[in-house]
Write a protein that binds this ligand. Structure first.
Ligand SMILES: [Zn+2]
Length: 234
């Protein structure tokens, strides 16, 4: 507001939450929009020990908790160490930052003045190009600069990553079964009550004959049964 660059720190879960934290502290939204230009969220993750770390495969449980599909993760760069004298048997030596950066754009300013929810601010930040600390950590873990377990431990969940994971799970699950169209019960076949399986007499061919069942109606009966009547039964 006065032309001075002021750098400050704030404790929040992520970078977009800095806005609601400032409002909670009593700062008016119009003052935030006129003075806040950039927010950087940071977590520190441990770095695998340079002496004892070696390439490892990802733990399936960790991948599941992070919402990652094993088939889509290139594990070639993953590293972890069992621990040695250099790293005090921890497997880690040093730390690096995982970051997310929110640039306060015109659209974000409108949301702040309108006292939009934290979720809406975060969605707009992601739409504006923000990469979450978890996404930044995953990229660094896959490059061997930290571990997946550290990313899981120090970063808050990323709703965008979780949404993509649930979409993948939905795509892999079998499609729901087609609703069964109820079929009407089969219509009872008309059947002549006087039919018989007895072979007909050649002298008195029956007047009624069924090709499906080859049942015969006695020649003495005169009732119609609805079946076709060939002239010469076989
Ligand atoms: Zn070590």
């Amino acid at each position: 507001m006065t032309g001075h660059l002021v750098l400050s720190t704030l404790h929040t879960n992520d970078a977009p939450a800095a806005v609601s934290r400032l409002i909670d502290m009593g700062v008016e939204p119009f003052l935030i929009t006129s003075s806040l230009t950039l927010v950087v969220g940071q977590r520190l993750a441990r770095v695998p020990c340079s002496k004892c770390s070696e390439p490892v495969e990802a733990d399936p449980r960790t991948l599941e908790l992070l919402g990652l599909d094993p088939g889509q993760v290139d594990e070639a760069g993953l590293r972890s160490g069992p621990g040695c004298g250099f790293c005090a048997q921890t497997g880690y030596q040093g730390r690096l930052g995982l970051f997310e950066v929110v640039k306060v754009t015109r659209k974000l300013r409108e949301l702040i003045v309108g006292r939009a929810t934290e979720v809406a601010l975060k969605e707009e930040a992601v739409a504006g190009g923000m990469r979450s600390m978890r996404a930044d950590g995953l990229a660094k873990a896959l490059a061997g600069r930290t571990t997946l377990e550290e990313v899981l431990r120090v970063t808050p969940p990323d709703p965008d990553l979780a949404r993509r994971a649930s979409r993948r799970a939905g795509a892999q699950s079998p499609p729901p079964a087609q609703a069964q169209v109820p079929q009407p019960p089969p219509r009872p076949r008309p059947r002549c009550s006087s039919w018989t399986t007895t072979a007909p007499s050649p002298r008195s061919p029956p007047p009624c004959w069924s090709t499906a069942t080859r049942w015969w109606r006695p020649a003495t009966s005169t009732r119609a049964c609805g079946w076709s009547s060939p002239s010469t039964p076989t």
